[in-house]
Structure formats: structure tokens, C-alpha cells
Design a protein around this ligand. Structure first.
Ligand SMILES: [Fe+2]
Length: 403
């Protein structure tokens, strides 16, 4: 049985199933491991991890519990057995493979619901606030189970679905990022609502908003600036008036150095929430297909955003937390291996700096090969040499290799 505990409750003999949030701060650990001595515990407590999941079927539980390696239930009571062994709802960490399947269903449902909402707004009807909250609930549960699966999968959308599924991706990231920063769950949900709807004003101004570095012309840029104000207005009309949500919708294109819009805010005038939204918004915009914009490799996008933090546009501390959410090598990143293969990152949850990849292309022969997986944590003779651009190699969409 999985149980969430505080770092202070750790004991020798526990089996750690997962740590909460901060692998970046503890790069020497695998995601699941057995605590064999006090030194293991001391190393964990020396990092920034504050909560962990332990698996009491593989190790001991808390000292106040009766420790049984396997839960015993009446063999003739199937219902009781299922109930007793069912993990806590919506809080159980999920594998990447499992959560990608959940995420696909959530995205399919969200696309339909959001298309209807956006159509309603275009026709002058009021936004359905209850439907919004139901969507955020399902996205929130996915992010709690797995920090990056849903946003990664939503990146694979086609340009036709861009407006709606950009909202889904930003919603997921805007739930994950506050959790990574240690904010309250209720605040994360508010940020999620704002992430889902931050661009709904585009239904009013029909603008494909450019993002920093894009070649959007001045006239398009001028129209785009109106959508943030329109988003705020649409939410107010629907009775969604929480200041955090309105702030994010209005100010997600503001930049700390004053170069953003809609009002050219500068420095402290750009709130924590708006700074978070700016990073989530720009990352998803760069790494997904949209009308007339370049698609960036996720790792290359992180590198570019890091430059914008150094130039003072975006918040460096929030960006560091964002990287802890997405991983140094986010799902779907194309990489060149030291072995001479191209590969795609298929799982970066278990170890931040050594993900699992799927090799599929031989660089020497420039030919596709039967794909095979490599766990880089286990592979001492191999590693990532660089990240690569799929377009440079004439490769199309690679989503089939990691979804
Ligand atoms: Fe926007």
C-alpha cells in the first residue's frame, strides 16, 4: 500500500516509492529504492525533499503501524478485497505509460468541452463556470498522479486545436508549478483555472498571439495585445472574479523588464502568478504546433527560456522550479546518443539527469532501426551527447515513439 509521509518520518527498512516534487535537488537517487541504513536517510534529509511516498508492501510502514508485508483479506469477499487494497483516490503516483493513457482521455474530453465553450463565447453566451471547474478537477488529478504527462501529451496537438489544448497544457503546468514552489493546493487550482482560460479572449479578437522570439508582425502583435484584456472581461461576465485568476489572464504576457503587454508592467508590478504563467505560456507555445510558428525541441526551448531569464524578461527562480517539473530532458525530447543513435526521451520521472530513452535511428547509416529502450541510469557506457532538432534530420512527428 502506498502512503505519503514526511521526510521526518523516514526509517530504515522503508521502501521509498517516489519523492514528491524535487528530484532536481536529489539527483543521486533513483525514484524507487530501499532505505538500508541511516546514511541513506541522512542523504535524503540533506536535500530539499519534504514528503515521500512509501510502499508498505515492500518495506516497513510508520512505527505506529502494525507492519505486515501483505494485506490479508477474506478470500471469499472480492468486494472487500478490492476496497481494502484500492489506493487513495487520485493521489497515487502513476507511471509515465499509465498516466499518458489517462492524459489522452482527458485531452480528448477537454478538446470537445472547450470547443463548445469557446463557440458559446463567440456567440455571446456566458461561459459555463461549473464545466470549467470539472475540467480543472480532472487535469489536477492527472498532475498529482504524474507531473508532466498531460502537458507533454497536449504539446502534440495540431494547429487546428491549438487554442483549446494550449489552455489544457498551460492549465496542467500552472497546477504543477505552484505545487513545486510549495504553494497551497487551493492556489494551484486557481492557477489551473487561469491557465485553462487565459487565452479565451482570443475568441473575441481572433489573434494568434506571438511569443518572444516569434516573427509575428507588428499589426498581428497589436491585435494580440487585446486578447488578454478580453479574457479578463469574459471571465468577469461568467462570474469568475477571483483576483488571482483575473491577474493571470490579464498579465500573462507581461515581462519583468517592461517589454511585455498589455500594460507594460515592470519589476514587482508583475505578480508571482503572472510570472509563472509567462513561463508556462511561452514554453508550451514554443514546443507545440501553431499557425505560422516554429516548433522547438523541448530541451532547446528550455535553453532559450533560460536566456530570457538572464536578460531579465522572465523570473529565474520560477524557471528553476519549472525545470524541476518538466525535467532537464522533457518527455519527447530528441537526443543524440554517444552510441551514435538518435533517441526520444520516454521517461524522465525516475531520474532527472539520466532518463529512459527510445533509440530509433542510426546516425552513421542515416537509417531508421527497430526501436529499443535504454535506461540511461543503468547504462554506464552510453549517454546523451546533445539534444537535436527533428527538422534538421528530416524527421516528422515523433510522438508515436513515446506515447
Ligand atoms: Fe495569451
Amino acid at each position: 500500500m502506498l502512503k505519503k509521509i514526511s521526510i521526518h518520518e523516514l526509517a530504515v527498512g522503508m521502501h521509498v516509492h517516489a519523492v514528491c516534487g524535487a528530484w532536481f535537488d536529489n539527483p543521486y537517487w533513483r525514484n524507487a529504492f530501499f532505505l538500508k541504513d541511516e546514511a541513506d536517510i541522512a542523504r535524503l534529509r540533506g536535500g530539499r525533499v519534504r514528503q515521500l511516498w512509501i510502499d508498505t508492501s515492500k518495506g516497513i510502514g510508520l512505527s505506529t503501524q502494525t507492519v505486515t508485508p501483505f494485506r490479508t483479506v477474506p478470500a471469499n469477499d472480492a468486494h472487500f478485497a478490492a476496497t481494502a487494497q484500492r489506493p487513495a483516490p487520485s493521489l497515487q503516483p502513476a507511471s509515465t505509460t499509465h498516466e499518458l493513457a489517462n492524459a489522452a482521455a482527458i485531452i480528448a474530453a477537454s478538446a470537445g468541452t472547450l470547443s463548445g465553450m469557446f463557440a458559446d463565447v463567440r456567440l455571446g453566451r456566458q461561459l459555463d463556470a461549473q464545466a470549467v471547474l470539472a475540467l480543472v478537477d480532472s487535469i489536477h488529478a492527472s498532475v498529482v498522479r504524474h507531473g508532466s504527462a498531460l502537458a507533454s501529451l497536449a504539446r502534440l496537438r495540431k494547429a487546428d486545436n491549438d487554442c483549446q489544448l494550449h489552455g489544457v497544457a498551460v492549465c496542467a503546468m500552472m497546477i504543477g508549478l505552484p505545487r513545486q514552489l510549495g504553494l497551497e493546493e487551493s492556489e494551484a487550482r486557481l492557477c489551473g483555472v487561469a491557465g485553462l482560460l487565459h487565452d479565451i479572449g482570443k475568441t473575441a479578437v481572433d489573434a494568434n498571439a506571438p511569443f518572444p522570439g516569434s516573427p509575428g508582425d507588428a499589426r498581428q502583435y497589436g491585435r494580440a495585445t487585446e486578447h488578454a484584456m478580453a479574457s479578463r472581461q469574459i471571465l468577469l461576465q461568467a462570474g469568475i472574479d477571483h483576483p488571482v485568476i483575473l491577474d493571470i489572464c490579464l498579465n500573462h504576457h507581461e515581462r519583468i523588464d517592461g517589454t511585455g503587454y498589455a500594460h507594460g508592467l515592470r519589476g514587482e508590478a508583475v505578480s508571482l502568478h503572472a510570472r509563472m504563467a509567462a513561463i508556462c505560456d511561452v514554453y508550451d507555445g514554443m514546443t507545440s504546433e501553431g499557425h505560422g510558428r516554429q516548433v522547438w525541441n523541448p530541451a532547446a526551448a528550455l535553453k532559450k527560456i533560460a536566456e530570457w531569464t538572464r536578460s531579465g524578461q522572465l523570473d529565474v527562480t520560477i524557471f528553476s522550479a519549472f525545470v524541476r517539473c518538466t525535467g532537464i530532458y522533457p518527455l519527447g525530447t530528441l537526443v543524440r546518443m554517444r552510441s551514435g543513435h538518435l533517441a526520444v526521451v520516454t521517461d524522465s520521472e525516475s531520474c532527472l539527469y539520466a532518463p529512459v530513452v527510445r533509440a530509433f535511428f542510426c546516425i552513421a547509416s542515416r537509417r531508421h532501426i527497430p526501436p529499443f529502450s535504454i535506461d540511461l541510469y543503468e547504462s554506464r557506457d552510453n549517454g546523451i551527447a546533445s539534444h537535436e532538432d527533428a527538422a534538421t534530420w528530416g524527421l516528422g512527428e515523433l510522438g508515436h515513439l513515446w506515447t
